[in-house]
Design a binder for this molecule. Structure first.
Ligand code: HAM
Length: 430
């Protein structure tokens, strides 16, 4: 038996309905905030993600699926949505038509990580990117959008953690003091952090290995090194969150795993034990150089992405029933080959007229076909045997009331519409 690759998941019927419902809820919220959908390729030229040799993020250095295509082009399966959206923004010159583009996307992402609960190699993100404005209020809008989704899914115990990485000047000042601090503990740093010390000392604060050591806790805090502009900007973001009644916790060790961030960074964490270690359901922040790094005009941006699997897991744990079990309007029990053929014609009429229906193509006994009708949560069961066929009638059972009536076959569509309280939508083909 060939099995699925490690770190991937089959989303089976039953589960896939929940995905569809979640996507529907997400689309509704995006409409409320006036974000428009963008769909970019699942694979991109490798340079879209491997832009900077000094990038220290795990995602870029260790986790991308990179390969050469048959024409020897470097290709990367997208590990996240932001860089691809930024590439599309530049390539399609979206900035010409609208000074601010508010975009959203959903789809699979790929990271070669060690699979565990809530962490897969193929997973899905829903993300938003607002490109073209450096207003602190739009940072607030992005977080508010995330909070609205959380509310729509009935999730509780979600904490918004927020921090500011300041502008380049503030970060450079802070990097210098961090290098000074951590250089004293070179012997104690893990090998990744030693590398980060040289390339991007800020990322040391993101280390899971060194996190609990004393020299880590005594490290200088970025908030003490923000210049006036960065400090004022961060205060405005926090004020905006207060204005919108959005609760948050300032976490001065929050630097995020990607190298493109400046100013606002945030993570949404679910605090329920069943979630395990991977409890960050969404995260994001501001990036002001990504668009120009990809060859576009200097354009500020801010965005966030949710892990869809983690959102669904959180919704499940909160007891939110996203999707009701599927049902059909009618299930036809047809006894014998002629009845099956006649049923095909009836189903054609019902389906064209907008009623869902099905039949057991395996035939089988009356009892087993009744069971299938039950399993499909049929609102009506239509029974057609040879005698009924001769008389051009069909037995219709209302599964809610258990009432049964015999109807002329040509009237069955109108009969069902009336019983289902649906408007007659002019199916002349009956
Ligand atoms: P990220 O924090 O790398 O940020 O990913 C966002 C979310 O994707 C995470 O919070 C998590 O819920 C989910 N996620 C990440 N990796 C996995 C995985 N292996 N399995 C399951 N879920 C996962 C970004 O990707 C940024 N592009 C977010 C952003 C948008 N920043 C600005 N705009």
């Amino acid at each position: 038996m060939i099995t699925k690759p490690k770190g991937t998941v089959d989303i089976l019927p039953g589960e896939s309905q929940k995905w569809a419902k979640l996507e529907e809820a997400i689309r509704k919220v995006c409409k409320l905030f006036n974000y428009k959908e963008i769909r970019t390729p699942i694979f991109e030229s490798s340079e879209v993600f491997h832009r900077d040799v000094n990038d220290t993020s795990d995602m870029v250095t260790k986790e991308t699926y990179d390969f050469k295509d048959r024409s020897d082009r470097g290709i990367t399966l997208r590990p996240e949505g932001t860089a691809g959206v930024a590439r599309a923004f530049v390539e399609n010159k979206l900035y010409v038509e609208n000074p601010v583009s508010k975009l959203f996307y959903m789809g699979p992402m790929f990271r070669y990580e060690r699979p565990q609960k809530g962490r897969k190699r193929q997973f899905n993100q829903f993300g938003v990117e607002a490109l073209g404005s450096d207003s602190p209020w739009i940072d607030v809008e992005v977080i508010a959008l995330g909070a609205t989704i959380i509310r729509a899914l009935g999730l509780k115990d979600v904490t918004v953690k927020i921090n500011s990485l300041g502008d380049e000047e503030s970060r450079n000042k802070y990097k210098d003091v961090l290098i000074k601090h951590f250089s004293q503990y070179k012997d104690c740093l893990c090998s990744d952090c030693l590398n980060r010390l040289e390339k991007n000392p800020l990322r040391i604060l993101d280390c899971k290995v060194d996190r609990d050591k004393d020299f880590f806790k005594s490290a200088p805090k970025i908030n003490d090194y923000l210049n006036d502009y960065s400090k004022d900007r961060f205060e405005k973001v926090l004020r905006g969150l207060d204005d919108c009644d959005l609760k948050y916790v300032i976490d001065d060790n929050l630097v995020r795993g990607l190298d493109y961030y400046s100013h606002t960074v945030f993570e949404l964490e679910v605090n329920v034990p069943e979630f395990g270690a991977q409890n960050v359901i969404g995260a994001g922040g501001r990036y002001d150089k990504l668009i120009s790094d990809l060859g576009g005009p200097v354009t500020p941006g801010v965005g966030m992405a949710f892990g869809v699997e983690r959102l669904l897991m959180a919704a499940d744990l909160s007891g939110k029933q996203l999707a009701k079990p599927d049902s059909v309007h009618a299930y036809i029990i047809a006894l014998g080959d002629l009845a099956q053929e006649a049923a095909l014609k009836i189903m054609n009429v019902l389906r064209i007229g907008g009623l869902s229906c099905d039949i057991d193509y395996l035939g089988g006994s009356l009892k087993s076909q009744f069971k299938k009708a039950d399993k499909n949560n049929a609102k009506f069961t239509l029974i057609l045997g040879e005698n009924e066929l001769k008389d051009k009638v069909i037995n219709v059972k209302n599964n809610e009331t258990d009432e049964q009536e015999t109807i002329e076959i040509r009237d069955v569509y109108a009969y069902l519409l009336t019983k289902l309280n649906k408007p007659i939508c002019g199916n002349k083909n009956k």
